[in-house]
Write a protein that binds this ligand. Sequence first.
Ligand SMILES: Cc1ncc(COP(=O)(O)O)c(C=O)c1O
Length: 383
Amino acid sequence: MTALDQFAAQKLRDLEARQLRRRLIDSTRTDGIHVLRNGRRLVSFSCNDYLNLSHHPKVKAAAAAALERYGTGAGASRLVTGNHPLFAELESRLAQIKGTEAACVFGSGYLANAGIIPALIDRDDLVLLDELSHACLWAGARLARANVLAFRHNDVAHAAALLAEFRAQHANAMIATDGVFSMDGDLAPLPALAALAARTDAWLIVDDAHGLGVVGDGRGSRFAHGDVPDVPLQMGTLSKAAGGYGGYLCASRAVIDLIQNRARSFIYSTGLPPATVAAATAALDIIASDRDLVAKPLRNARRFTAAAGLPEAQSAIVPVVLGTADRALAASRHLEDEGFLVVAIRPPTVPDGTARLRVAFTAGHAEGEIDRLAALIRERVLA
Ligand SMILES: Cc1ncc(COP(=O)(O)O)c(C=O)c1O
């Protein structure tokens, strides 16, 4: 064994000892709801394909047509020769849904945040993040080499106190939060955060990965609060409710033009494949026009929380916090024996001591399956 292999093996043993080692498991998704794993067909409550659009006939047909016409890859960065004609259509749909002047599509949601934040913020600046913000918001903030501070989850008063103490020492400031929290399913208090940002001359960025297609009539978290707050930077991903892949930022024309000139993950990474872009446009058409479909994931999540005796769901994501990694893994195994895929989420994805089942609802889940899962969780996991 080389020293490098020994290093890797030791790190893996450490993870194993703490029940935190992860492994890839072959998972064949057949229809947006079911998953074949270890020779069994399970009902998945772990996919973020909230509208089951990854298998929608119109979305697949759009991808197939684009593949046939434009080939498999973009061929280069969008700023070189990779800007095939399908991007403009996708970006105008995104801007329309989010109510902004313009939009910019990235390779993924992670790449979007890793590019957007350092393009706008540098080492003289301040970034305030909700402590439960997604890993890629943290990555973007750290790449910017800014002064990065966390405020307590959804605690606007704490964010205000930090700004009162530190804002004056920094040229620019950003407040960053998930719109729908990926592991907790709750919503950020966007009206209050937007008001705070306006008062303190800070720029608010909202990661709407889990809001698009699910809350605010499918338009996302900015539209989920009676009053539409002023959110100048709405980023998100096309990999959840849109059923495909890719990230985006919706913002003013000036900001988007700057991002296309400065975001390194946009400039130095190949454009998304044509089929992926065409699929996303077809998915957004469905999201924008099918009100009944976009209402279903939240309706299903609420059916579950009522039946399981949990606080009412605010999004398609419901956490069942169990504490130790051991307990979460055992619960997940038990549900798998019963035919359900509900993956255990462990640190560092969630804070220590809060390992959980993360139950994700889609439009296509059958009511009978939701009720059966709720009964199992109430009677066997939480009892
Ligand atoms: C809140 C949030 N932001 C960003 C991402 C990253 O998006 P992508 O999968 O497109 O990289 C995810 C999940 O993957 C997420 O949950």
